[in-house]
Structures are given as C-alpha cells and as structure tokens.
Design a protein around this ligand. Sequence first.
Ligand code: FE2
Ligand code: FE2
Length: 315
Amino acid sequence: MSSHSSLNIEARDYSKEVINRISLGWSTESEVVNSGRITRLSFITDAPDFIEEMIPFSMFDEWGELENQEKNDLLSAGWIIYQSNTIFIETDLVTPACIEIIRSRQDNLVGPEMARSMAEAMTDEGYHTLLAILTCDAVRVNRKLSLFPKDFHLVKTMNNYISSLDSEWKRRVARIATACCTENHITDYLDLLAQASSIQPMFLTAVNAHAKDEWNHGSQFSVLARDIYWSLSGDGKKVFKDTVELVANNFFRADLEAWLAVFDQLDRKSLDKLRKKIKTNAIDLQKDVEFTNNNRGLMKLYENLDWDWTKYEQR
Ligand SMILES: [Fe+2]
Ligand SMILES: [Fe+2]
C-alpha cells in the first residue's frame, strides 16, 4: 500500500489549542444559533439586490444603455448567481472534505477536537447553504424572476481537476486542499459585498453573518492544511500546492456560463445586444475579470503553511 493511501493523521499535533478555542466559541457565537434574525427581515422592493461593480460586464456601453428596470433585474440575477455559486461551493467543494475528516475519526485518524470542530463547521456550512437558498428564493418570489443558473467557474474547474488526477490518494489530497483554500479565500469573496450598505438589507445581513462564521472557523482549515501538508511526501506536497494555487487563480473569475444561462432564462429582446457582446468577449472577460485583489484570507493560509507569499503575488 502506498504511503499516501492514508493521510496518517494520527501522528500529527492538531494544534489543539486553536481548534479548542474555535470550538469553545461555536455554541454561542455561530450564526446558526441566531438563525431567526435574517428571516424576520422583510424584503424591501426599492432596494437593489446586488451591486453594479460586481456585474462582470457593467463596463460595456450596452449595459449603460439599458433601462433601469432591466439593470435592476440583472442586479437581482447577480445576487442569484453569487449565492447559487455559494451553494455549489459549500455542497461540492467544502462539505465533502468535512465529511472525509469527520469519518476518519472512526479509524482514529483524527482526534476528538478536530472531529467535533469539523462537524460544527459543517453545521455552519449547512446554515450558509440555507441562507443562500432562502435569499435566492426571496428574489425569485418578490421580483418574479425564475432564474436557476447551475454552471459555476470555480466549482467546475476544481471538479475537472480533481477527477483528472490519476489516483485516489491524489484526489483525496486535492479535495482537502481545495476545501482548505476555499474556506480561507471565501472571506475575501464575502468581503466584496459585506460593505455594500445600499443593497437589500436582508441580503447584507446574510452576507455579514456568513462572513462572521467564516472568520471564526477559517483558522481550523489553516491548521488542518498545515498538519496535512507537512505530513505529505514530495509528490503529495506538489498536489496540495498545485491545488491551492488553482483555487486561488480561479476564485474571483466571472461566472459567464451562469450569466449566459440567466440571459436565456430571461429571454428578452431588450437584452440581446448585451448578451451578444458578452458571448463575443467571453474568453477575455473570463480571463480578465477578477473582482478583487483582496487576499487576506488566502494570506492567512500561506502563513500557516510557511509558504512564500511574495512568490504568489509575483505569479
Ligand atoms: Fe460557509
Ligand atoms: Fe466555512
């Protein structure tokens, strides 16, 4: 059996102090404990659902030429895309890795602290998924927009990459590395909207609730990343690092397939010109649009792994 076939977690120190500290606060500080707070907020029809700065094609003249109602509907679509992407990240990229770590407790490969705090993190992720579902449906009902995008750039890129790896131990390392990087970088993704005070109050509250949970439990994924990375062979380390870099390079790319699906679902003549422009420029848009250079969550992961951050910045 290859030395990689199990990640021999047993031998490592899980930085119990960090994990215990996160776990100690969970029962009082996690947002799921106060879950009624967001659903009690009412939907404000006059408030925009999203911000123009995060529409990947808002620099096009064709966007500027749209009627206000069309722009507002596309802002609503923007929220649905942003939150549907969150649903897919939570369910496709993060939760499977949580399950993997939790189950490895049955083989005594992780200690009780890590198993418990992973189960707490997974509860948080379930709640974030619930918030995304509730707020997307609030848009569909209140705006009468029947939009259901399901192709998202990061999730597709990572699933393709993981399934292209030629052995199960590599796929396992890549799944865990993907979750560790995603969990640290997602705070940077949420920060994009967390300051957007003009948007739908219910949505702003949901984004801030999600961001708070991620800051609270992000460190445990850094600890997990460090413990696993330093236990791997040279080949394993390479898979881990390649995976983290792939996540980092694709995290903030525009979800153009989701946008084109939304345009098809809206099926409006008035949007044809803009749709055509997006389709013609799709490759460049996909390559060029990165919504932020905010990397504080990612930097935290690099610090924990003792990786050289300046090399990442010079990539
Ligand atoms: Fe989350
Ligand atoms: Fe999380």
